[in-house]
Design a protein. Structure first.
Length: 497
């Protein structure tokens, strides 16, 4: 059976731990390959390669760095279909969705190509007699990224291109469930001319993660994943003196007001809830219907949801694929089977769904739960699957209070024709990303992505200006070049006037 190995110091490196994890095709349920899981010693080897590379990469000119990134961007564009096929084979999402993932990752590569303007410093002259003050930003050293299974190409590209553009070197620990896209990205970066050791990929599980979190030569850690793991990553890395950005889970709400275009709202709810089989942190998983529109909105959602074609990701007719693993599929299905006992109306139950010829695949059909209580498990937990909950609220104020009571604060949206109410919502709602008649408000690359409350641990959002600031640190330099005739000692406090 084929083995997916590590990428260290510019080349493929066989796993030495003797421990491997299965990589399956979610559509068939068949193990297609295995991935080497790194030991702590193998993580140390990758960090050592990154540390050695930093000695020269950290002082490499911006022109040289960006030239490599431009070539990397061109290679990604040329190979985007190949990368998308790797995503589909190991994650299961349909090919069009995988292509969209690559495109969104490319946005951050393009941002990194323009790093010269992002790293411009500030200069104040004559702050005192012949005294100038300059503020500059410098790289950190070796930084690490720990990325999730649901976007095996995009999320790594949210991290390492910007990090290396800023002059850092990088160690990436992708999800062991679908590691091939990350390895391919590293190969293309090497083909673009990235020096050995600047980008390293170690596959692994908790052993590899913990070693990165405690390693004394790792200066910062970026993470995207569930809230419990994000909290653990933030705490552990912080205890070891590292800078951390840890993006956690979500329960994204969509508030639908009585004046909204219900057809547009239903279209948006179906797309945002069931795209990528609901396995994305920006999926809408809770629709809050305000006033008397609830029954009509649920019926419109049901009509659209029933028409979604579910099948293997490599089938051009498929609109939604399987879930990543059988265990995850069974966990998600449990929320549907237990919903009625907790008071919900089960409008659509996808737990019995299967695909002919792929009966062992990790399938879960479209599921729609109405009149869900805020105490129900299906509402309180991040489900991460094709399950949409509909809740009811009497007024706008009730709806906003319901949303703000959630411990998550990743993304949210409002659907309305009233600009005044929309303006109130974007100011009053407690979430890091807000959409107005936009169900999935993922920012473009030059704005930053991140939530509030239990959806983010750390002070920096990812990519955009926050990403640049996270991967650099500020330094202020005060300079005085005295005239030759200046003499004397002044023991007083430095004067600025």
């Amino acid at each position: 059976m084929k083995t997916i190995d590590h990428w260290i110091d510019g080349k493929s490196v066989e796993g030495a731990s003797g421990t491997y994890g299965p990589v399956t095709d979610p559509a068939s349920g068949v193990q297609t390959t295995r991935v080497a899981l790194a030991s702590a010693a193998e993580v140390d080897r990758a960090v050592a390669a990154a540390k050695a590379a930093y000695e020269t990469w950290g002082s490499t000119s911006l022109a040289a760095r960006t030239a490599i990134l431009f070539r990397f961007r061109a290679l990604l564009d040329a190979h985007r279909d190949e990368i998308a096929r790797l995503i589909t084979a190991e994650h299961g999402k349909v090919h069009s969705d995988a292509l969209g993932e690559v495109a969104r990752g490319l946005e951050i590569v393009e941002l990194a190509c323009g790093i010269t303007t992002q790293l411009k410093g500030e200069l104040s002259t004559e702050v005192s007699n012949r005294v100038d003050v300059a503020a500059i930003r410098q790289s950190l050293g070796v930084v690490a990224g720990i990325t999730p299974f649901n976007f095996p190409a995009m999320v790594p590209m949210w991290m390492f291109p910007l990090a290396i553009a800023c002059g850092n070197t990088f160690v990436l620990k992708p999800s062991e469930k679908d590691p091939s896209p990350a390895i391919r990205l590293a190969e293309l970066a090497a083909e673009a001319g990235l020096p050995n050791g600047v980008l390293n990929v170690v596959n692994g599980d908790k052993v590899a993660v913990d070693r990165l979190l405690e390693h004394p030569d790792v200066a910062a850690v970026s993470f995207v994943g569930s809230t419990p793991i994000a909290r653990y990553i933030h705490h552990t890395a912080s205890v070891h003196g590292k800078r951390v950005q840890a993006l956690g889970g979500a329960k994204n709400h969509m508030l639908v007001l009585p004046d909204a275009d219900l057809d547009a709202a239903a279209d948006a709810a179906v797309s945002a809830a069931y795209g990528s089989a609901g396995e994305r942190c920006m999926a809408i998983s809770a629709v809050v219907a305000v006033g008397a529109i609830g029954d009509e909105l649920v019926e419109k959602i049901r009509e659209r949801a029933e028409k979604i074609k579910i099948g293997p990701g490599d089938d051009p007719d498929s609109e939604m694929g399987p879930l990543i693993t059988k265990a995850h599929r069974d966990k998600v299905a449990g929320y549907v089977t237990g919903a009625a006992a907790q008071g919900a109306d089960v409008v659509l139950d996808g737990t019995g769904f299967t695909v002919e010829g792929y009966e062992d695949g990790h399938w879960l059909g479209i599921s729609l739960l109405d009149k869900v209580s805020t105490d129900a498990d299906a509402y309180r937990d991040e489900i991460f699957g094709p399950v949409l909950c509909v809740l009811r609220a009497e007024t706008y104020e009730d709806g906003v209070a319901l949303i703000n009571a959630s411990p998550f604060g990743n993304g949210t949206a409002v659907f309305t024709r009233d600009g005044g109410v929309a303006r109130r919502f974007q100011l009053e709602v407690e979430a890091g990303m807000v959409g107005v008649n936009v169900p999935i408000p993922v920012p473009v690359g030059y704005h930053s992505f991140g939530g509030w409350k239990d959806s983010l641990f750390g002070d920096h959002h990812i990519y955009g200006n926050d990403g640049v600031h996270f991967y650099t640190r500020g330094k202020v330099v005060t300079t005085r070049w005295p005239n030759p005739e200046d003499r004397g000692v002044d023991l007083g406090f430095p004067k600025n006037h």
